[in-house]
Design a protein around this ligand. Structure first.
Ligand code: EPU
Length: 380
């Protein structure tokens, strides 16, 4: 159904075109570390993107915790991103996408997969009347400011969400009554090494969740905003910024709201955690924020992902016991693993790309199928 609506836009013709059958054949390979490393270097060289070793999630996520990453690959254009994802997929190398890292809690283990960072895929936002075409790595706050300057309304409420456009699209980021999904005209997605354009109507946009699937790497989007009064737009921008500064922690290491609000209940998870008296509650270097109780912040050099996770699980346990509510994670939990586990071929990736809620536990991607999803942020 979605496939029928997809318009193939362009094939980067960087010698990375592979058939599905080839991908599936490669998926059965159990690559040894040396072969895999050589493949990654070869692919990065061929597509012309930077590939680095020795990075840690502690440097790449806003919570500033998380273990080491095998490889970080950094495309700079949408075409390169599509090409590199297609080539990794075809070669049977597991990958996962990261935007600004502001909605991810990666555990302290070794993460034996390629992190495809979209931060450099930012280009310039292209304005055409009330339409804006923007790449996935573009900063969401920058986009809000640029739109406001041109008198375009529809994303003022998202001002100050410190993520990338790709992350916002991936999980339908929202705040102060606005969600990005409502202003999207189409999303550019990488499939089989090429860029395809998916109309917004073919995507399901729910509360902090979309229907994007495994293996879909979001490259950019065209948004359609409403022409409005510049002064009024500027006033609403200021107002959402002020509210955010008043009600949410800023300048601290967080991943925004840690849990979703229970859907359809009208309840605020932050208020419930606050009412249980858990503000200031600490596990190692992780603390429930004094400003907003649905924010877990990390402090000090010694903070670990396991501290944040222990605190989050304590909160869930108490809400379960005292309120009978099962909280869903809003942040994505990325599990690392040993090389051995990560290199096992699997039937499917249970991942942030799957149809499961975007937040929550994400298994390491399996070699061969890879996985996309510009995991970045839903909010701060
Ligand atoms: N409240 C408390 N104590 C707290 C936090 C909140 O009593 O520690 C009360 C507030 O005073 C208010 C009510 O709870 O009466 C709701 O609070 P708020 O307006 O902050 O809204 P929220 O439901 O907690 C949601 C989003 C935020 C978004 C704000 C503003 C979720 C999980 N959270 O928070 O998004 O910025 O509304 O639109 O949907 C995020 O997605 O990461 C995020 C922070």
């Amino acid at each position: 159904m979605i496939e029928n609506l997809i318009t193939p836009l362009f094939n980067p013709s960087l010698n990375v075109w592979y058939t599905t059958i080839f991908v599936m054949t490669e998926a059965l390979k159990n690559l040894d570390t040396g072969t895999r490393d050589r493949l990654i270097e070869e692919i990065a060289g061929r597509v012309g993107v930077r590939a680095e070793r020795g990075r840690r999630f502690a440097e790449l996520t806003s919570l500033r915790v998380g273990g080491s990453i095998d490889w970080v690959v950094a495309p700079e254009t949408e075409a390169e991103a599509a090409a590199v994802a297609g080539a990794l997929e075809a070669a049977g190398v597991a990958w996962r996408v990261l935007g600004a890292g502001s909605n991810v809690l990666a555990d302290d283990e070794q993460h034996a997969y390629v992190v495809l960072t979209m931060r450099e895929v930012k280009g310039e936002a292209q304005f055409d009347g009330d339409r804006i075409s923007v790449s996935a790595g573009y900063s969401l706050p920058r986009l809000c400011v640029a739109a406001a300057r041109r008198g375009l309304s529809g994303i003022e409420g998202l001002n100050g969400i410190p993520g990338t456009v790709g992350g916002a699209l991936w999980m339908n980021a929202g705040a102060f009554g606005q969600e990005i999904g409502t202003v999207v005209e189409s999303v550019r997605v990488a499939r089989g090494g090429s860029v395809v354009e998916v109309p917004a109507a073919a995507i399901k946009w729910d509360y902090r969740h979309t229907s994007f699937q495994d293996g879909e790497l979001l490259l950019g989007a065209t948004l359609r905003l409403q022409p409005g009064d510049g002064k009024e737009i500027a006033r609403r921008m200021e107002e959402s910024k002020r509210k955010r500064l008043e009600t949410q922690p800023h300048g601290s290491r967080s991943a925004g709201c840690f849990f979703k609000n229970p859907p359809g209940s009208g309840l605020s998870t932050g208020r419930m955690i606050d009412e249980m008296g858990m503000k200031g509650e600490r596990r190692g270097g992780a603390v429930v924020s004094d400003v907003h109780a649905n924010f877990i912040v990390t402090e000090g050099e010694g903070a670990r992902a396991s501290d944040a996770l222990a605190l989050a699980e304590e909160i869930r346990e108490r809400i379960r016991r005292e309120r009978g509510i099962e909280l869903e994670y809003e942040v994505e939990l990325w599990r690392g693993s040993s090389r051995e586990a990560a290199s096992k071929p699997a039937e499917a990736n249970a991942s942030e790309q799957s149809d499961a809620p975007k937040g929550g536990e994400v298994e390491p991607p399996s070699e061969a199928t890879g996985e996309g999803g510009n995991v970045t942020t839903g909010e701060d």
